[in-house]
Design a binder for this molecule. Structure first.
Ligand SMILES: *Cc1c(COP(=O)(O)O)cnc(C)c1O
Length: 396
């Protein structure tokens, strides 16, 4: 098919992209410029929680686009108020600030914690974060992240993010000093390789934070919004954080994110925080459609059923091929390959004919699965069967 790719050279080169162009998507399936179909278990990196072009979101966008796009964040608009109320009603938080990306929400969390430190903790500003964590690609969120090498590119870093080890409470305690204001972590490290924080660790962090008067911040950009089978992953550990950030699934494919905080921590003064697109009715109207779909009776039960199906299927593959098992929460799972064949499997799956499959290997020795939360039982079976064939091909 004739397809104009000449504009590819006009895009800034920021990653290596395969030689294909996606033109449409529906549910768990994408279609490229030659009409080839792909079963998508990446979903924009856990962004499209309802699959491609979900009807409730498309409808909400169409309706809102024809009604009111953006009156400016200096005025109230109905969709943003209604979505904020839904989120506070379903969580332990009282206030929401809407942002446009996960990194921006995390920047807001960092600013809010530092502001709180100025007001309540004598100017304390340090936020303890975890080794191998991922919090975004702005300067401060890169500094907060524990990705190897990120302390050197774009040096100097933003100061004040000492790194502890996930699931090692003593390593966190050892870093607490007079200048510490908060502890920040992902309830399940996503980019780090799908490593859940244990229940004990989360409860230990809450107790440690209470003991020293620190804030507990959860970055739920990847784990929030049903991804783990609960609406928010912090519910899995039975602790209530002080600040939570949301992104990815909250917009199901449109740029929407949120900074959520308890009343006592919501200490921004007028002018401290803002942004021209923040809380615009177009994105928050989409967000309402997403929220109402996720919280409809039975939805999270079906996420848990698909998660169990995925987990069992991955254990079977692991046993058959002598791999290291699987781990994760809900529909955020990893297959531990036991060898560095992740990139080869990803390429072979994408190039599979006549239908391809999109998988992700955040580390060479594991595959990460982040399907649509409404993936069908049949599409899950198809993925598992095809993955078996792909592994056979790669191993042969
Ligand atoms: C993806 C991600 C981010 C960054 O979100 P963007 O929308 O890409 O800025 C931050 N934290 C976590 C845990 C993520 O998975």
């Amino acid at each position: 098919m004739n397809f104009d790719r000449s504009g590819a050279d006009a895009l800034m080169e920021i990653t290596s992209r395969p030689e294909l162009v996606f033109v449409r998507g529906q549910g768990s399936w994408l279609e490229d410029h030659e009409g080839k179909r792909y079963l998508d278990f990446i979903q924009g990196w856990a962004v499209n929680c309802l699959g491609h072009c979900p009807e409730p979101v498309v409808k909400a966008l169409q309706q809102q686009a024809a009604t009111l796009l953006n009156p400016s964040p200096a005025f109230y608009n109905e969709p943003s108020m209604n979505l904020a109320r839904r989120i506070t009603s379903a969580s332990c938080f009282d206030r929401v600030f809407f942002a446009n990306s996960g990194a921006e929400a995390n920047e807001g969390a960092i600013k809010l914690a530092r502001k709180w430190g100025q007001l309540k903790r004598n100017g304390a500003y340090k936020i303890i974060t975890m080794d191998h964590s991922f919090h975004g690609r702005t300067l401060a969120t890169m500094s907060a992240s524990g990705k190897p090498g990120w302390d050197r590119i774009f040096a100097p870093q933003v100061d004040g993010f000492p790194k502890a080890d996930l699931n090692d409470l003593d390593s966190v305690r050892a870093l607490v000093d007079d200048q510490t204001v908060a502890i920040m972590l992902e309830p399940v490290q996503g980019e780090g390789g799908v490593i859940p924080a244990t229940r004990d660790f989360m409860q230990g962090l809450r107790a440690l934070a209470d003991e020293h008067g620190l804030l507990l911040i959860v970055d739920e950009v990847q784990t929030g919004y049903g991804r783990t089978g609960k609406l928010f992953a912090y519910e899995l550990s039975g602790v209530e954080p002080d600040i939570m950030t949301l992104g990815k699934g909250i917009g199901a494919g449109v740029p929407l994110a949120a900074l959520c905080a308890r009343e006592a921590v919501s200490v921004f003064a007028h002018g401290d925080q803002g942004g021209t697109y923040n809380g615009n009715p177009l994105m928050t109207a989409a967000g309402i459609a997403v929220f109402d779909t996720l919280t409809a009776p039975g939805f999270l039960d079906s996420v848990q059923a698909r998660a169990q199906q995925l987990s069992e299927g991955l254990w079977d593959l692991s046993a058959k091929w002598g791999m290291g098992g699987e781990r994760g929460e809900g529909l955020l799972r990893a297959l531990l390959l036991g060898r560095d064949e992740g990139p080869a499997i990803v390429d072979a799956a994408r190039n599979w004919a006549p239908e391809g499959m999109l998988l992700n290997a955040p580390r060479p020795n594991l595959l990460r699965f982040m399907p649509a939360l409404n993936v069908t039982e049949q599409d899950m079976d198809t993925m598992l069967a095809r993955l078996d064939e792909v592994i056979a091909k790669v191993r042969s």
